[in-house]
Write a protein of this length. Structure first.
Length: 152
């Protein structure tokens, strides 16, 4: 496909509009319902994917200052959502990991996010639902490609 294809521009514009409009609404509804700040939710999701991270790794991955990461982790520890621990090989190094309660919060977040999407989608007519399903599969493939390119 040619780089200056008008369909590429149109698809790009729609993709940006979807991200800018819909995602903040969905994420906002879900994290407000759970009474979690978005920054705390991002940290929890990071802990879910990576079992045991140093504070420096958390700050770098979330693209925040180490002091900001410390503040977020301290709040999550206070709420029993993550915990600090040490390994016997090097007692000087402190790691952070998600707790059972933290995982429960993540699971509730995933369910709430799914429920919001389901409520939006179930209002579609059958024909629209079939079209949407096909289109969203294409979007998903594109997202996986982007993820692979960015994260390797």
């Amino acid at each position: 496909m040619k780089k200056n294809n008008p369909n590429i521009e149109k698809a790009t514009q729609y993709s940006v509009e979807i991200c800018d409009t819909l995602f903040p609404i969905i994420i906002g509804r879900v994290h407000k319902a759970q009474n979690l700040k978005l920054s705390h939710l991002r940290a929890l999701k990071l802990m879910e994917r990576n079992h045991g991270l140093k504070m420096k790794e958390i700050a770098e991955t979330l693209s925040i200052a180490p002091s900001g990461a410390t503040y977020i982790i301290d709040q999550l520890i206070k709420d029993n959502l993550v915990e600090r621990y040490r390994v016997s090989e090097d007692r000087r190094v402190v790691y952070i990991r998600i707790t059972e309660e933290g995982q429960k919060q993540i699971d509730e977040f995933k369910k709430a996010k799914r429920d919001v999407w389901k409520n939006i989608i179930e209002d579609l007519e059958e024909r629209e639902l079939i079209e949407f399903s096909g289109a969203i599969q294409i979007v998903y493939k594109v997202v996986l490609k982007i993820k692979e390119e960015l994260l390797g």
